[in-house]
Design a protein around this ligand. Structure first.
Ligand SMILES: [Zn+2]
Length: 246
């Protein structure tokens, strides 16, 4: 993106919607649908995912609670338009992550080659949002494996939930290292070496390998905060836009 030494300055957590999912007798699970915005020291804006498509629900057949605010509305609240986004990091093309990609035609979209090629080949899982992520006006940069996008912002390949899924490590001036696990680890209680897969996960063995990779990374990089992909309970404790981590 840049040839200078710009670094991340702010991280905004955008909560797009919430849902309460019944899981067992009398028990429910609180889930969130989210995306993220990084503002850099040279005043560039990096969006991470674009959230649930307007015509989709968080989980198939599950209505979301009546608290939706889409990415465009969140950006407007921060004084930004879609054209102000310089880079859009695509963690994967599930419908709750790629639902507004086609609004960001001025951005460079960054995705793992393995994921992009699988989705483009017509894999049915990525069909519901295809009109949004496979729009002819979008400009993609395909990457292979862990990639430092700029000093302080690294993409971590974490297959398992989906082939070529990626998580994001952001180094902030005051907070320190923040790991956005995305759907490699959707809930805090799943962040263990011997975790199990969920129905939406593609490959349990890869999922465990990726989870261990992230557990190691937390140690090695002295990560101060791990944000889990859909954990409504954790999100209640986090700073959300218009507030930010810096
Ligand atoms: Zn998801």
């Amino acid at each position: 993106m840049t040839t200078n030494s710009a670094t991340p300055q702010r991280l905004y957590l955008l909560q797009l919607s919430t849902a309460t999912i019944p899981v067992a007798a009398g028990r429910t699970l609180s889930m969130v649908c989210v995306c993220y915005l990084v503002k850099t020291s040279d005043d560039k804006h990096i969006l991470i995912d674009s959230g649930l498509a307007a015509d989709a629900s968080l989980l198939p057949g599950m209505p979301s609670n009546d608290d939706r605010k889409n990415v465009i509305e969140h950006l407007a609240d921060l004084g930004l338009r879609p054209d102000d986004i310089d880079v859009l990091i695509c963690t994967h093309f599930d419908v709750d992550h790629a639902g507004y990609h086609d609004a960001f035609t001025k951005a460079e979209l960054v995705v793992q080659r393995e994921h992009y090629e699988l989705a483009r080949s017509g894999h049915t899982r990525f069909a519901p949002a295809r009109a949004h992520w496979d729009h002819p006006d979008l400009r993609y940069r395909l990457i292979d494996g862990d990639t430092e996008l700029m000093p302080g912002l690294t993409l971590i390949k974490t297959s398992g939930h989906a082939p070529g899924h990626q998580s994001v490590l952001v180094q902030l001036p005051q907070t320190g290292a923040v790991l956005l696990a995305i759907d490699a680890v959707v809930m805090q209680h799943l962040f263990t070496p011997d975790r199990q897969a969920w129905p939406m996960d593609d490959n349990e063995e890869q999922l465990r390998t990726s989870t261990r990779k992230l557990l190691d990374l937390v140690e090695r990089e002295h990560v101060q905060l791990v944000v889990f992909g859909h954990d409504g309970q954790q999100w209640e404790t986090l700073k959300k836009a218009p507030d930010y981590y810096e």
